[in-house]
Structures are given as structure tokens and as C-alpha cells.
Design a protein around this ligand. Structure first.
Ligand code: ZN
Length: 205
């Protein structure tokens, strides 16, 4: 999802895009990774993805970080950003980025997927529920789970759309809502999330 999201932001002409992704390109990525191809297999992903994004829009500055940020680096990066899009697979990484955005006081968009289902959450720290309000205790994580590339592209693109709305002041961002698209049945649903009064992440904001 980070691939299509960063591609849409770059093509859309935001000023600067910072991507962070560790590891090498592997063959299981190929069903969904729009920034990569078979020619990148076995090579560090972020470096090549950054190079590809730079070919798409000369007016956008692209910075590529070749590892997953830890707590300290995520906090540091958040201070250099206007908005964070969270697209990693694990709850640990998603909650880390949520925490960094809340502490920096910047909008946070979390995109997630399983099979043919995609979800999107848009957070305004201190005003709406955050990801930690929704998942105070991270659910069990499946290391290997099914992903259909079409749902990755759709969900990542919707995350970019929310970012473009927030950055440009156009339309109505989905503040505090969770959008779920059930691709198995072709049904979409949106619910307003409630803040948790004792949220470890955002209750003091
Ligand atoms: Zn919270």
C-alpha cells in the first residue's frame, strides 16, 4: 500500500515524499508492489523505489530510507513531516507511527489490508480517536497472510487521496472514521470511532 500511496502523492505533486521500507525486493512482493519489478529482485527496495518515484515528477523531492524506523527515528521523522501515512503490515509498526504522529501533532492515516479487504483510518491527534484507541492491546499478528494486489492499490490510493484532501484543504477528510472495503462482497462501510478516555497514546493531548 505504501507503493501506490507514495506514487499517487508524487504524481499529485506534493512537495516532498519520504518513504521508509527495509529489506530487499522479493518475489512475493510482485503481486502488489507497483514501484518494483522483476529487475529489482534481490536489491534493497527503498533505494529503487525512491529512484522510480523521482522519474515520475521532477518537482517532487523524494527521500528514501532503507530500513523501518525505530521509536526514536519515527519521532524525529514526524517532526519533518506534515502528515504520516502508515502502510506497514505489523501492529507494532502501525502503532509506532501512530504514536509519532500524535506526539508531533500531525494528521495520521493508517491503511491496512487482508485478502480482498482494505481499511483506512484518519486521525487528527487530540481531536479524534487514534489507532491506539482502537487497538489498546495489539491483536495477534499473522506473519503470513493473503493479499490481493488490487486491494493494496485501492487502499493505498485512498490513503493518498485523504492526504491530498488534508494538505490542500479540499473536500472533507474522514477525520476519526474507519472505512472498510470488503472486496469479497463489494461492500463499503464507514464508522465513526470513539476516543478512549484512558488511551495511552492520545488521552493527554
Ligand atoms: Zn488514542
Amino acid at each position: 500500500m505504501g507503493g501506490p500511496a507514495s506514487l499517487m502523492l508524487t504524481m499529485g505533486g506534493v512537495g516532498r515524499v519520504i518513504i521508509a521500507h527495509g529489506g530487499d525486493m522479493i518475489s512475493p512482493d510482485l503481486n502488489r508492489q507497483v514501484l518494483g519489478s522483476e529487475s529489482v529482485l534481490g536489491k534493497p527496495r527503498a533505494r529503487d523505489f525512491g529512484a522510480y518515484l523521482r522519474t515520475m515528477n521532477q518537482f517532487v523531492e523524494v527521500e528514501a530510507i532503507d530500513h523501518e524506523p525505530d521509536d526514536a527515528e519515527a519521532a524525529e521523522l514526524a517532526l519533518r513531516c506534515d502528515i504520516i501515512l502508515s502502510c506497514p503490515p505489523t501492529f507494532e509498526e502501525r502503532l509506532r507511527l501512530n504514536h509519532a504522529a500524535c506526539q508531533a501533532g500531525i494528521p495520521f492515516i493508517d491503511a491496512a489490508q487482508w485478502g480482498m479487504t482494505g481499511t483506512l483510518i484518519v486521525v487528527k491527534p487530540g481531536e479524534t480517536a487514534c489507532l491506539k484507541c482502537l487497538y489498546p492491546d495489539p491483536p495477534p499478528f499473522e506473519e503470513f497472510f493473503p493479499v490481493v494486489g488490487a486491494i493494496s492499490a485501492a487502499t493505498g490510493s485512498l490513503a493518498a487521496l485523504e492526504a491530498i484532501k488534508i494538505l490542500s484543504g479540499t473536500g472533507e477528510p474522514m477525520w476519526g472514521k474507519m472505512l472498510t472495503y470488503d472486496g469479497y462482497r463489494g461492500q463499503a462501510a464507514s464508522v465513526l470511532l470513539q476516543r478512549r478516555a484512558d488511551c495511552e497514546c492520545c488521552s493527554s493531548l
